[in-house]
Ligand binder design. Structure first.
Ligand SMILES: [Zn+2]
Ligand SMILES: [Zn+2]
Length: 224
């Protein structure tokens, strides 16, 4: 009886691990060597997301992502602060989506919360004081900056995608700024709608930051 139990358990484990490997391996093949993919704008239940930190990270790993940024509205949750820097499953980057007087700004690579309600330039300065990146979030839609305002601020990059417009269609996405491709995921399903494919020598936040600034991150759309 015991032998049957272990045999069945073994078969189940082989199926589960096998399926996971196929999924991960095929996405890795699509990426190519030296390329790393990830979503730099996601929400959890710490703001208006539908899933918790662990569920978002698990789904990102299942999709074959190498990195993810947690960017809840107006907060860096204690859960993210505690778990994100230590996460061994994926490179997790701390961030925040800051509501400015002109619209939403994604702050990446910060550890201290930036207050809402400031002028966009004040917010950008506070992000840079923490050595973070300031990204204009989903311009033209959903409380993003109006596209004609983009050029008067000093953003590091602009989002060209959102879950609503996943194919490089955001009206504010022009040649004035470096482009990034996030999905503004508020749940597991939205996580897959678009991602950045970055050329990196190694998987670190510093390397991702340099890759964004060197414009070697492009739209990864094979997961759609
Ligand atoms: Zn937003
Ligand atoms: Zn958002």
């Amino acid at each position: 009886m015991k032998i049957y139990f272990f045999a069945i358990l073994g078969i189940i484990l082989i199926i589960i691990l096998g399926l996971n490997n196929i999924n991960y391996f095929s996405i890795n093949e699509l990426k190519g060597q030296g390329y790393y993919i990830g979503n730099l704008h996601t929400h959890t239940i710490a703001s208006d997301g539908e899933n918790d930190y662990n569920q978002m990270v698990m789904e990102a790993v299942r999709l074959g992502f190498d990195f993810i940024a947690i960017t809840d509205h107006s907060t860096i949750s204690s859960t993210a602060l505690l778990l994100c820097p230590l996460d061994k499953r994926i490179l997790c980057i701390l961030g925040e989506e800051v509501s400015t007087l002109q619209g939403h700004v994604v702050a990446l690579g910060i550890t201290k919360i930036i207050p809402s309600g400031l002028n966009a330039n004040e917010t950008i300065n506070l992000i840079h004081e923490q050595n973070g990146l300031a990204i204009a979030a989903h311009p033209g839609i959903d409380l993003g900056l109006t596209p004609d305002l983009l050029s008067i601020f000093d953003f590091d990059a602009v989002e060209c995608n959102s879950a609503l417009m996943p194919n490089d269609q955001l009206t504010g996405c022009n040649n004035f700024y470096i482009k990034v491709y996030n999905s503004d995921a508020h749940n597991l399903e939205m996580l897959r709608t678009s991602a950045n494919n970055c050329t990196l020598a190694n998987l670190t936040w510093q390397a991702i930051k340099e890759s964004i600034l060197a414009e070697t991150c492009s739209l990864f759309s094979s997961i759609i």
